[in-house]
Design a protein. Sequence first.
Length: 210
Amino acid sequence: MKQGFLLSIEGPDGSGKSTLIQELASHFSDTGREVVVTREPGGARIAEQIREILLNPDHAEMEAKTELLLYMASRRQHLVEKVLPALERGALVLMDRFIDSSLAYQGYGRGLDLEAIHWLNQFATDGKNPDLTLLLDLPAEQGLGRIQANRSGDVDRLDQEDLSWHQRVRQGYLQLLDENPNRLVKVDASLDLPEVLDQALQRIAERLSL
């Protein structure tokens, strides 16, 4: 049996994570390998219910530490219920957000203590890290512009944040990239989708034998 592999896709809002993941899933499914696509927050029944609480725009009064702890609860349930079993089967797991999102959004975005978030991440995951993380990078203004142009549904709670908050999130991701060069690799998300996909596949091929 092939060893399972956890590939997380990170990036600020509007960076195109979901679209890229679908393209990657199609590519690797054609190789005959089991591919599991999932997301945070969510990905499992209880975790999806927590997601609804987190993103509900009526919950604007949610305090930053409450937000962080809800993300961690969702993360734990999702990991044990869906991700770890898939990895044990030898699947390639493509995850839309994982541990780095908490550091970027709640750490750099909200200003919560980074060491505390690191500890909570380790506690929630029993130290499980992605095998590789693709960081889709683009300016916050461009990402928010894409969201506005493509919006077809309701606004969620995080959509209500101002530009400066999204800029802090992006800078947080870039800081994480500098601190974790062996696990995080950058993909220029400002390009057209075929070019982004090509970059992503090159980055994966440089690190993996999938």
